[in-house]
Design a protein around this ligand. Structure first.
Ligand SMILES: Nc1ncnc2c1ncn2[C@@H]1O[C@H](COP(=O)(O)OP(=O)(O)OP(=O)(O)O)[C@@H](O)[C@H]1O
Length: 632
């Protein structure tokens, strides 16, 4: 149609009529050009509704303008009927513009691919979330089978200054039983760590409970025991043997980083209960204000007014806060320990987990308390006087209150005496049925400490509920162990699946980053070409400038102009179809398009350079004539 009209413009009789038609045609082309410019512009000023279908519609606009893919048949026919027609078409025969159009078309293709891989990413993330959810449910079932309140026992090794003191206990490997020789009494626990156990052995068993805090449960892990039996060693450890607290902090950040389906944030508070009063350990004592425990009536959520809460970004930062808090802790030298803790020290990690479910943004908050309790002591034995006596009494009173609460929970009593101590008021929402509690009871190996050891072990067994006759028969125990083993197997399948999905996600993310960089580069090339003074730009100059300015923000998920995450929400169904149609990995195919664009841009650059240096008269003629035509 276009060529036919151009030819007839050479017929004198029809000259005037043809001029009108050409004028109309130019107006139409101008409109198409504007339309194209707007389309390209809006790719870059993209909105949440941008989808593959949208990209497809832009492609159609390009096709309908007959700019991007000239019809070869009409082109060759017209060309053969009129050799001049090559120089008449205002679009087709400006080779520079053809290349830009081709480049833009390639860009659109590339954008489509970008969305394909983004969509694949979305699908992978959804699969990961589902697998993660299953894993959580399984872990929950495991913990339920094992019991909401679990008790481990750790027997301290003899210290170098204790020489060859006689040993007062006996353990049977693999039985998790501590036998007190003098009392001829057995105490059964969920796990017994022998003096030879190292910190890693302990954390390995603690980790599933920490995991359930990340999964949204309130968790309380506390170290209990006679003074000098290794509570602080287990919880804090030292530089070479990090304890539960540093290992937990590291683990939390590692896992949060690994889990791409959720967005986690953490904050840390640290306080001590000293002689029945709360003290914020993260402020210097001159600036400390009164801390009061508040309970939300509707949710039962416990909070502490005026308590410092520091957001933490990584384990190192958290460790620094912990060190700072530890230094403010009340300690003294006692008969049993050079640096005996004279208070209960509580570290609270608040975990906020944000995720998207069915297009809704949701968030859960859970608390993980890591508590180093003050040492239980027989005041008659320690000969404590004055302040130390007061401290010791206060510690014993609150430990006894803790024992009463746990016992009431085990008996499922309607009244749980939380109010009897600050310690139990604080931990109230982490000691109930929906929470997980782990008590690590510590004992001395020495025969001379066996009276205290029996006290501690009895307290721990009370917490475990074994005194209620809850200890299972051997047959039931075997059944439970088999069920737990089965669940662990299932969990490991989900773990493998999650890891493999995480790997694929990482690969696709890297690919998207690469493609982003390439698209930006390609756009820049196109813009540079459009800016050349001897060529009419495709679309307005301002919109081509916008290409450059707005594309970076388009790729920023948090950008207001382009919430990429939001736009992806609309993609999965399209993408699923697109992916299954293609029937092969998008990953393999995806690079073809950018390479094509790159090649085109390089060719165009080469030709321009040839033109600039006057090496191609023929090409120059074409373009020169093309520019005349544009001025019709
Ligand atoms: N498993 C262990 N391996 C090596 N050393 C240990 C172990 N447990 C404890 N210790 C050592 O025993 C000493 C007392 O331990 P720690 O201070 O942790 O006891 P504690 O129960 O916290 O005492 P307190 O209640 O008085 O604060 C420390 O020197 C510690 O290094």
């Amino acid at each position: 149609m276009c060529m036919h009209k151009k030819m007839s413009s050479y017929n004198d009789a029809e000259h005037e009529e043809d001029e009108d038609e050409i004028y109309e045609e130019d107006v139409q082309k101008e409109e198409e050009r504007t339309c194209l410019a707007e389309a390209i512009h809006s790719i870059l000023d993209t909105r949440p509704e941008l989808t593959l279908a949208w990209a497809e519609s832009v492609r159609k606009i390009l096709q309908s303008t007959d700019l991007s893919s000239p019809n070869p048949s009409s082109s060759s026919n017209d060309a053969s009927s009129d050799p001049c027609c090559h120089t008449l078409g205002p679009w087709r025969h400006n080779q520079h513009q053809d290349r830009i159009v081709a480049g833009l078309e390639g860009l659109i293709l590339s954008l489509e691919k970008f969305f394909h891989s983004s969509g694949e990413l979305l699908l992978l993330k959804t699969a990961l979330r589902v697998s993660n959810l299953h894993r959580r449910q399984i872990l929950n079932r495991v913990l339920d089978l094992k019991g909401n309140i679990r008790v481990f026992c750790r027997v301290r090794p003899l210290l170098s200054n204790e020489g060859n003191a006689p040993i007062g206990y006996l353990t049977t490997p693999g039985m998790d039983i501590v036998k007190i020789l003098s009392a001829r009494k057995d105490f059964q626990f969920d796990k017994v760590f022998l003096p030879t156990s190292v910190q890693d052995d302990v954390f390995l068993e603690v980790e599933p409970i920490v995991r359930s805090a990340l999964d949204g449960h309130n968790v309380c892990i506390f170290a209990y025991g006679q003074t000098g039996t290794g509570k602080t060693f287990t919880m804090e450890g030292n530089k070479d043997q990090p304890g539960v607290i540093p290992c937990t902090l590291q683990w939390l950040f590692d896992e949060a980083c690994f889990d791409k389906t959720m967005s986690y944030s953490f904050s840390l508070s640290m306080l001590e209960v000293y002689k029945g009063r709360l003290r914020d350990l993260l402020v210097c004592q001159q600036h400390s204000t009164h801390l009061s425990i508040q309970m939300a009536a509707s949710t039962g959520y416990i909070d502490v007014d005026n308590l410092t809460e520091m957001p933490i970004m990584n384990a190192k930062e958290a460790g620094n806060f912990y060190q700072q808090g530890s230094q403010s802790r009340s300690t003294s030298c006692t008969n049993a320990n050079q640096t005996s803790s004279r208070s209960h020290c509580l570290l609270r990690i608040t975990i906020t987990c944000a995720y998207v479910l069915d297009n809704h943004k949701l968030a859960t908050t859970s608390k993980l308390w890591l508590v180093d309790l003050g040492g239980s002591e027989r005041l008659s034995k320690t000969n404590a006087q004055g302040v130390m006596l007061e401290e010791g009494k206060s510690i014993n009173v609150s430990l006894s209150a803790l024992g009463d609460v746990i016992s009431a929970l085990q008996r499922k009593q309607p009244h749980v005496p939380y109010r009897n101590s600050k310690l139990t008021q604080l931990l109230r929402d982490c000691l109930g049925e929906q929470s997980k509690t782990l008590m690590l009871v510590h004992v001395s190996p020495k025969e001379m400490d066996m009276a205290e050891t029996v006290c501690s072990l009895s307290f721990a067994c009370r917490a475990r509920g074994t005194h209620l006759g809850r200890e299972l028969s051997k047959g039931k125990k075997r059944e439970r162990a088999a069920a737990i083993a089965e669940l662990y197997k299932l969990m490991s399948i989900h773990d493998d699946e999650c890891r493999s999905l995480q790997d694929s996600i990482k690969t696709i993310e890297a690919l998207i980053e690469e493609r982003k960089a390439f698209l930006l580069q390609s756009i820049e090339h196109c813009n540079n070409k459009n800016k050349q003074p001897d060529h009419q730009p495709i679309g307005s100059k301002s919109s081509s400038n916008n290409l450059q300015v707005q594309l970076p923000s388009f790729f920023t998920p948090s950008s207001k102009t382009c919430p990429l995450g939001d736009s992806l929400k609309t993609l999965p169904s399209n993408l699923k179809a697109a992916m299954s149609e293609e029937g092969e990995s998008l990953l393999e195919k995806s690079f073809s398009s950018p390479l094509v664009i790159k090649q085109m841009i390089e060719e165009a650059a080469l030709e321009d350079s040839i033109k600039e240096h006057g090496l191609s008269g023929g090409e120059d003629m074409h373009n020169h004539q093309g520019r005349e035509d544009e001025n019709f």
